[in-house]
Ligand binder design. Structure first.
Ligand code: WT7
Length: 588
């Protein structure tokens, strides 16, 4: 295979001057003092992302540029962000939230999402975020397992929550964001009265009564700060818990991988419902004092370019599917905008194909820098860097402080160019702390003194890592991680379906799409209308983004003798690949 190498001219202004040297010399202990931000040696990640700036020149600098989906614009300085999040912390204390309680956020990308996240951390509670496209089933799984005590959501989302309330025995309070009062509140005007919705309380009415003077909780470095649910091959999504010291790795990686500098305007297109939005839209990047742009609206090439132009974005962190969609919308569109503010481009979440790296050069005169990590790693672990040549299609080299290797089943390191399991040496600061209420699941990530990523890869002789694929059935569609089991469960709850097997099918644009194979109840006709009906059913019950774009009806599905559907075989059949050993299967 011919590898396209993008040679870099030395840039003396980049944060990382010499990767090889700095990788070798890196010592995390030299940074530890930074996060022990209180005199007693304790820490708080939200303090490090906001309040810490009040003592320095960033106090009145814009922390958050926000643009709503209808074009509304707002700005919050670090001071304003700090005060608003402290107020939210007090608000939560006033309604009975204590250290260690789980407070979940189910919101569109509005300023209150960011403010609440920080407020929750400031009082030592654990923040959980829920992606806006989740349906009742996805919400129930997460809120029930976490035992969330408080949910912060939006009136438009409440109908999805209401359906599952009887199942949520631990949920004591629901706070709704009364968006129409945001500006009234900011301008210290009287609030409009909100209509009564069940027993819910309204955010800004509570904010009015809350003080902005908060004694931020002093936390141990390894106290839990936030949690995110993510999917595996089987079973319900698992709650990945991260601790306050995660911010250390997130800050260092934001500095050296994303090349964030003090005066940058930075735009990360991810949603805080996923880990990227937390690590590199809230914690790591605000710890560096960058001004962050948040756009509430959906993907739209023209709008995206106009945002870069209007806000003079310097560093842009996005995802392969978006890059491919932008490329498909053509170079002519790019040329209509002045995008010369851009200095560094990065991408994450799924394999970035070499054409996309190179398209960056054509469109913006800058390559996209791919980097790799996972919800569980809490921050970037393999990356391409400003002053390091890019081998287009490679994920790059291990991040400072991270030891990565390719090993065989016994944990033995493999030679260059040999495919194996991608593993990491445990111990970096943003490595997950536990899987909520499932200690055995947590333990299953560690073998032979390695953290097992679940991905297959190889490294070449220059120590560049190349992604091969997942070792399991987890699906990555448009960068989002979807567990086939969750989709299958949603499918079989459809009244006309008996069984379902779900796979990721390669797709040029989205990386993979979800494809479902289903068997129908006796007498049910496999019509086009039924296909649409099933898609809508999954969208509505599970999640808007996790529905099968393709559905195939089968008379029966391949199963093991113990009755488990064999996705591996469905996938092999779909892709026309050899089907392998079928001796343990029923009827094959
Ligand atoms: C899985 C993790 C990265 C934070 C958001 C996603 C895949 C991630 C890459 C990449 C190829 C990648 C892996 C990984 N993945 N980045 N640069 N190249 N694959 O976190 O939802 O937990 O997904 O995404 O399969 O295990 P996540």
């Amino acid at each position: 295979m011919k590898v396209n190498i993008i040679k870099k001219k030395f840039n003396p202004k980049a944060n990382l001057k010499d990767y090889e040297k700095e990788y070798k010399d890196f010592d995390i202990n030299l940074f530890k003092a930074e996060i022990k931000c209180f005199p007693d040696g304790k820490t708080n990640a939200a303090y490090l992302a906001t309040d810490i700036h009040l003592k320095g020149p960033n106090k009145n600098k814009i922390a958050l540029y926000w643009e709503g989906e209808n074009g509304q614009e707002l700005k919050y300085s670090f001071l304003e962000l700090s005060e608003a999040s402290s107020k939210t912390g007090n608000l939560l204390k006033n309604i009975g939230v204590e250290k260690g309680d789980r407070v979940f956020i189910f919101l569109p990308r509005i300023p209150e999402l960011f403010i609440s996240f920080l407020g929750i951390l400031k009082i030592g509670a654990i923040a959980g975020t829920l992606f806006a496209a989740f349906g009742p089933q996805a919400l129930e799984d997460r809120l029930k397992n976490s035992g969330a005590k408080v949910l912060i959501t939006h009136p438009d989302f409440y109908s999805r929550v209401k359906k599952i309330l009887p199942q949520l025995k631990n949920l004591e309070k629901i706070i709704l964001i009364d968006e129409k009062n945001r500006v009234n509140f900011l301008e210290e005007k009287n609030l409009e009265k909100s209509p009564k919705i069940d027993n819910c309380q309204f955010y800004y009415s509570l904010m009015e009564k809350a003080s902005s003077k908060l004694k931020v909780s002093h936390m141990n470095l390894t106290d839990p700060a936030f949690m995110l649910y993510t999917s595996g091959t089987t079973g319900k999504p698992k709650g990945v818990v991260h601790h306050h010291q995660a911010i250390l790795h997130e800050k260092i990686s934001a500095k050296y991988v994303l090349d964030i500098k003090d005066n940058d305007v930075y735009w990360c297109t991810a949603d805080p419902g996923w880990v990227t939005g937390i690590a590199y839209e809230i914690l790591g990047t605000w710890a560096l004092g960058a001004s962050t742009l948040v756009y509430q609206g959906r993907f739209n090439p023209e709008k995206w370019y106009s945002l870069i132009e209007e806000y003079k974005v310097n560093v842009w962190y996005t995802a392969p599917t978006a890059i491919r969609m932008l490329a498909a919308s053509g170079l002519d569109l790019v040329k209509k905008f002045d995008l010369t503010s851009l200095r560094h481009l990065a991408s994450v979440g799924e394999p970035l194909n070499p054409e996309s790296v190179l398209w960056g050069i054509k469109a913006f005169n800058l390559p996209f820098h791919d980097n790799y990590w996972q919800t569980e790693t809490g921050g970037i672990v393999i990356a391409n860097y400003p002053n390091l040549d890019i081998k287009a299609g490679s994920m790059g080299k291990p991040m400072l402080g991270i030891k990565a290797a390719i090993v065989d089943k016994k944990g033995k390191k493999l030679k260059p160019n040999k495919e194996g399991a991608l593993v990491l040496k445990p111990g970096w600061s943003s490595m997950m702390k536990k899987i909520w209420r499932r200690p055995e699941k947590y333990q299953s990530y560690f073998k032979n003194n390695w953290y097992i990523t679940g991905d297959r890869a190889y490294k070449d002789k220059d120590n560049y890592f190349w992604f091969v694929g997942r070792a399991d059935d987890v699906i990555k569609t448009a960068g989002e991680r979807v567990g086939p089991f969750e989709v299958e469960s949603a499918l079989v709850s459809h009244p006309k379906i008996i069984e379902a097997g779900v796979i990721g099918k390669p797709d040029k644009m989205r990386g993979e799409i979800i494809k479902a194979f289903v068997t129908l109840k006796k007498g049910v006709k496999p019509t086009k209308t039924l296909v649409e009906d099933i898609k809508n059913y999954v969208k509505k019950h599970l999640a808007g983004h996790a529905y099968p774009r393709e559905i195939e009806f089968r008379d029966k599905l391949p199963k093991t003798r113990s009755g488990k559907i064999v996705r591996r075989l469905l996938k092999a059949q779909e892709l026309g690949l050899p089907i392998g050993d079928t001796s343990t299967l029923e009827d094959y």
